[in-house]
Design a binder for this molecule. Structure first.
Ligand code: PLP
Length: 407
């Protein structure tokens, strides 16, 4: 090649939830065993059957001509109207403020990458990796984080948020993931209100990733951005990968709040839309199916049944881990994830890594970076090789706490 094709910041690109799978698949082949995949955030891939009523609704829509056409760049009007009516707040947002994307993954990248390079968004640690990677790729350096506190049920450290915003003039936004991946926590309303107050005080916007908003356990209602945002500019992120669940649809959206109140913020959203226009629009079919799925008479009961199962599983797992002194768990309040902190890690070294892992690493003729650095990566590779169980190391969620996330 006449020029180097590798961008200088490519080392920042990382998505460990899928990277462990590549290694797990190799170990499966080498060890001739079937891996138990505890890493997956995809209910369908994890073996939950797609109910017949979902198949029926989707097939009915495929039969219409409309499902084969482009939509407007913002997304199908009927889908945007539905979102406005059911998930949003007409006082702070109109149908024009709802934009569809090919999955929330695309929305996350579009939002972060359209910010000026010198600006920063504060991202939680641990976090869903797409946010951290998109933030660091846009800024060209390590992402800027605030801590979630395991001693306080993984609630955000509000004081740290305020200090980071106060002393970094280039912070323009604060990201909150609620209910949370990877921790399964659901934040107290007062914590969220404090974060809104910080955004207001320092003239920042908010991003609330609320993709799991329907997935909380008994009696806990998620506080949604639109309920507390007041007049602060904000973006709520939602999608149909988890609650419906149709992750293969690649269908997510953003609801933009209070855009009219801040010209600067409004201009930023317009740029996001212009970059989306270069791709014409997002996939049509899931958007036109969306209202029919959520409105289906069996949907509520189906979702409720799944949530009960997730809660039971979380209870069983917490009970199991509570008897192991070297680990610590916080009981999740929603979602289908559990974080297990490794308090007293076995002092693994590469020499002690079991035979299959060793063989594989020899094959690679190099040590993956994260294996040499992070003890919980060593633990996760050992667990794959010796027990045939794949989990995601917690440091893979941009955290400096050793542990793992399982589903
Ligand atoms: N945000 C969070 C917190 C997630 O956990 C995920 C997927 O696991 C996404 C966004 C991406 O969702 P999508 O499937 O819509 O791209």
């Amino acid at each position: 090649m006449r020029q180097n094709l590798l961008r200088a910041d490519s080392a920042l690109l990382s998505y460990p939830i899928r990277e462990v799978v590549i290694i797990g698949k190799e170990l499966e082949k080498l060890g001739e065993f079937s891996m138990i995949w505890e890493n997956i955030g995809d209910p369908v891939a994890a073996g939950e059957p797609v109910p017949a009523w979902m198949h029926d609704v989707i097939q009915k829509q495929v039969a219409t001509e409309r499902s084969f056409a482009y939509t407007e760049t913002k997304g199908a009007l009927a889908a945007r109207e539905y979102v406005l009516e059911h998930f949003s707040d007409k006082k702070k947002c109109t149908v024009e403020d709802i934009l569809f994307f090919n999955g929330l993954g695309e929305a996350i990248n579009k939002v972060m990458n359209n910010l000026p390079k010198e600006t920063r968004v504060l991202v939680p640690s641990p976090t869903y990796p797409s946010h951290a990677t998109a933030e660091s790729m846009h800024a060209g350096c390590a992402f800027l984080s605030y801590s979630l506190d395991p001693e306080n049920d993984w609630e955000p450290d509000v004081e740290e948020i305020e200090n980071k915003v106060k002393y970094n003039d280039n912070v323009v936004g604060i990201l909150v993931i609620n209910p949370n991946n990877p921790t399964g926590s659901v934040y107290k309303r007062e914590t969220l209100e404090k974060i809104v107050a910080i955004a207001k005080k320092y003239d920042c916007f908010l991003i609330f990733d609320e993709i799991y908003h329907h997935m909380t356990f008994d009696g806990i209602k998620t506080t949604l951005l639109h309920e507390i945002v007041q007049d602060v500019p904000g973006i709520s992120m939602k999608g149909i990968s988890k609650d419906i669940p149709w992750p293969g649809s690649r269908c997510g959206w953003i609801e933009v709040y209070n855009a009219e109140k801040d010209k600067n913020f409004k201009g930023f959203i317009e740029i996001i839309l212009l970059t989306k226009m270069l791709e014409v629009c997002s996939t049509t079919l899931p958007q036109i199916v969306l209202p029919h799925l959520y409105d289906h008479p069996e949907y509520e009961c189906y979702l409720e049944g799944r949530i009960r199962k997730y809660e039971e599983r979380a209870n069983e797992a917490c009970e199991f881990f509570s008897h192991i002194p070297q680990v610590r768990v916080n009981k999740p309040k929603g979602v289908f994830y559990l974080v297990v902190e490794l308090i007293d890690l076995p002092r693994n070294t590469l020499e002690s890594v079991n035979k299959q892992v060793r063989l594989y690493l020899d094959d690679l003729e190099q040590t993956p970076d994260n294996l040499s650095k992070n003890t919980d990566f060593q633990f996760a590779y050992e667990l794959m090789g010796s027990e045939g169980v794949c989990v995601v190391p917690l440091t893979g969620f941009s955290s400096d706490i050793n542990g793992f996330r399982m589903t």
